[in-house]
Design a protein around this ligand. Structure first.
Ligand code: GDP
Ligand code: MG
Length: 673
């Protein structure tokens, strides 16, 4: 496979064109004129072996040509230190690096592998890895990667905000968390509808990932209406912490449940204060004090009991005491003294993004700093654009959005993912630069990942460890927000033995190409809140591919767990069957028969047997004959006598105890350890 590139290589050298990708015409021309002759180059060549033979002729040719032209110089000088520099824009392929240093690709490859970097010629390696090999050839690597930080403003730290004279108070951003069915959606719906009922101009009619709410005392709060704590976790995993306060909803009739505990842990890990809303108090016979008691185990002690956590008893369904909850939140927010500078370049986080038929990419973000204006150039994830319109949570077009404002942004060229940061940049050129750089990085990462995992598998196999089995999935969802959340949640299911592998994910209906891909990769198609189009359905029927459609996150998660559980190697467990005491021993032609009395359980023919004498095990083998009187039988129950013999054992004695057991394969479920 190395033949053609080498030929191209030689051609390029002859015509004297600069080596592409090295980014350093200077360095490239120097390479050609004077390649450093390393003393151990020959032996390294020999190691590469096969490829050398394959294009050996060319190698020799080239060498002759070079030496005839610049032979003398090669002997005398090496390129000056400042010219022995390879400029790397973030990453470079092994082949290109080799070219830039005028060394054979396979040689560099061999070196890398020696250094423990499993890769291929076309694989992108980063500047740091380059530096490892480059020193071997006395080359220096210069990382000339364009630095995003030069054009993107970074978020202010608390200390910086503290000192910033332009920082002004801002509204708190609140997330509602808790166990499934404890009433999160009902609570959020009630809060939103109450605002509409209160005659708020416009009202919050549409579904939006976040909205502003006015408490009775006039304080404004922003509620995130993202799909539960999974989205919160996804965002946190990506380093986007946007929540200032958490409402932990606990249903009084159900109490502390697994996701309640998870929510508490997430809040703690993120360092976000939490207020407990004990819900469903309208139900007869419920006792909020019991919930308070349970929560003390997790160090959430109510203020009445001398602790620091605010508790509010509510009924989300009836709308009871919601005002008190909002007040408690406003109070807690006051303590936090939240501030942001509205004059900075705007910066925020994407909550949700989707493609709208009429409007194109619609991206809901929350502005965290600065003020986003219509007409601004923005970048987020791998998309960019000029803000065509800003729409607030009341569906009204607005000109600008300041800190802690949720807003829909129109005008991006693609859809970013939930949790992507959102930046205003000076102009379109900067926006394009950032995005094209991110594109390259993403592509390199994808290629790298697929190769690296394969190399990883080989490596594990070489070490005698079985690699994790992979199950391929295609995931389609209705909005980008749930896509990220689901991906993160499902990926968490992977362990050392079985691994979730998403070969494709996307927003929108399941289509024909998804099915083609699923068929090729033997993947399972998961559809969350979306269906499949007619062509896809037909293709799926023909190919016998199941499309699993679900509307609830945990159902999908359970399903994936079941699928993966089927791939786990079963546990072998021993199960005790019975015990018999040897009362007499008879010799027969083929060996011995022990006359026994079954004391406990039952004795089964062909079961495994252990013989104990004076409490010590003296033999273990298979029970080959089992008789009642003269007849062969399959089993003998306790309280009966029987004759038995054990394969290969001829020293059984009166008084021995024979214990029989069987080995069972037990299917494991994910989550058991
Ligand atoms: P989520 O899974 O946490 O979003 O829970 P939902 O808001 O979907 O609520 C689950 C169920 O509990 C629904 O049937 C609600 O009607 C019911 N529910 C929620 N809040 C209350 C409440 O305050 N009282 C009563 N009786 N039922 C409630
Ligand atoms: Mg819900």
């Amino acid at each position: 496979p190395v033949g053609p590139p080498a030929e191209k290589d030689a051609g390029r050298r002859r015509t004297g064109r600069p080596v592409r990708g090295g980014g350093a015409p200077g360095a490239a021309s120097t390479d050609r004129s004077a390649r450093p002759q390393r003393p151990n180059q020959r032996s390294r060549r020999q190691m590469v072996g096969r490829d050398e033979i394959y294009n050996g002729a060319q190698g020799r040719n080239r060498k002759r040509r070079v030496s005839s032209r610049k032979g003398a110089k090669t002997q005398l000088t090496r390129p000056a230190a400042h010219k022995r520099v390879v400029r790397v824009d973030g990453t470079i392929s092994v082949g290109e690096l080799a070219k830039a240093m005028s060394v054979k690709g396979n040689e560099v490859l061999a070196k890398l592998i020696q250094l423990g970097v499993m890769c291929t010629l076309n694989q992108q390696i980063d500047a740091e890895t380059c530096a490892l090999v480059a020193t071997e050839y006395e080359y220096e690597i210069k990382d000339v990667a364009f630095d995003e930080d030069e054009v993107l403003s970074s978020a202010q730290s608390d200390a910086e905000i503290e000192k910033d004279p332009d920082a002004l108070p801002r509204s708190p951003i609140v997330t509602v968390m808790g166990h499934v069915d404890h009433g999160k959606t009902t609570l959020l719906d009630h809060i939103r509808n109450a605002q509409v009922a209160a005659g708020e101009a416009g009202g919050i009619t549409q579904h939006i990932a976040a909205y502003r709410v006015k408490a009775k005392d006039g304080n404004e709060l922003v509620f995130l209406d993202t799909p539960g704590h999974a989205a919160f976790t996804a965002m946190r995993a990506r380093g986007a912490s946007i929540t200032d306060l958490i409402v932990l909803v606990v249903a009084a009739d159900d109490g502390v449940m697994p996701q309640t505990v998870e929510s508490i842990n997430h809040a703690r890990a993120a360092g976000v204060p939490l207020i407990v809303a004990i819900n469903k108090l309208d139900k007869p016979g419920v006792d909020p004090e019991r919930i308070k008691q349970e929560l003390t185990k997790y160090n959430l002690v109510s203020e009445e009991w001398g602790g620091e956590t605010m508790f509010v008893n509510i009924s989300a369904l009836k709308g009871t005491n919601i005002d008190a909850l909002l007040e408690a939140l406003a109070l807690q927010a006051e303590i936090l003294e939240l501030k942001a500078n509205p004059k900075k370049e705007a910066f925020g986080t994407v909550l949700e993004a989707r493609i709208d038929k009429g409007r194109g990419s619609v991206c809901t973000i929350i502005v965290q700093e600065g003020t986003l204006k219509s007409g601004d150039y923005v970048v987020t994830g791998q998309s960019y654009g000029r803000v065509r319109a800003l729409i607030d949570d009341r569906g009204k077009r607005i000109k600008e959005a300041g800190p802690a404002t949720p807003v829909e942004v129109l005008g991006l060229n693609a859809i970013p993912a939930a949790g992507d940061t959102f930046h205003v940049v000076a102009n379109e050129r900067d926006a394009k630069k950032v995005v094209s750089r991110r594109d390259t990085q993403a592509r390199a990462a994808v290629m790298d990942n697929s190769r690296r995992t394969d190399a990883g598998v080989d490596l594990l196999a070489a070490m005698g460890k079985p690699a994790a089995q992979r199950k391929a999935f295609i995931l389609k969802t209705d909005v980008a927000g749930s896509l990220e959340a689901l991906k993160a949640t499902i990926n968490d299911i992977s362990n050392d033995e079985v691994e979730v592998h998403f070969i494709h994910t996307g927003v929108g209906q399941v289509n024909e190409s998804d099915i083609t891909l699923a068929q090729a990769a033997e993947a399972t198609v998961l559809a969350f809140n979306v269906g499949a189009d007619a062509k896809a359905k037909r293709a799926a029927d023909q190919a016998g591919i199941k499309i699993l459609t679900h509307k609830v996150i945990y159902e999908i998660v359970d399903l994936v767990k079941d699928l993966l559980s089927g791939m786990l190697t079963p546990d072998i467990v021993e199960s005790f069957l019975g015990r018999a005491e040897v009362r007499a021993v008879f010799s027969i032609k083929t060996g011995q028969v022990a006359g026994c009395y079954v004391q406990e359980g039952k004795i089964l023919r062909n079961a495994r047997a252990r013989v104990f004498r004076g409490g010590n095990k003296v033999y273990e083998g298979k029970l080959i004959t089992l008789k009642r009187f003269k007849d062969d039988v399959r089993e003998v129950n306790s309280g009966y006598e029987c004759g038995l013999s054990i394969d290969g054992y001829k020293e059984i004695a009166e008084g021995d105890i024979v214990e029989v057991f069987e080995l069972k394969e037990v299917r494991r479920k994910l989550g058991d350890s």
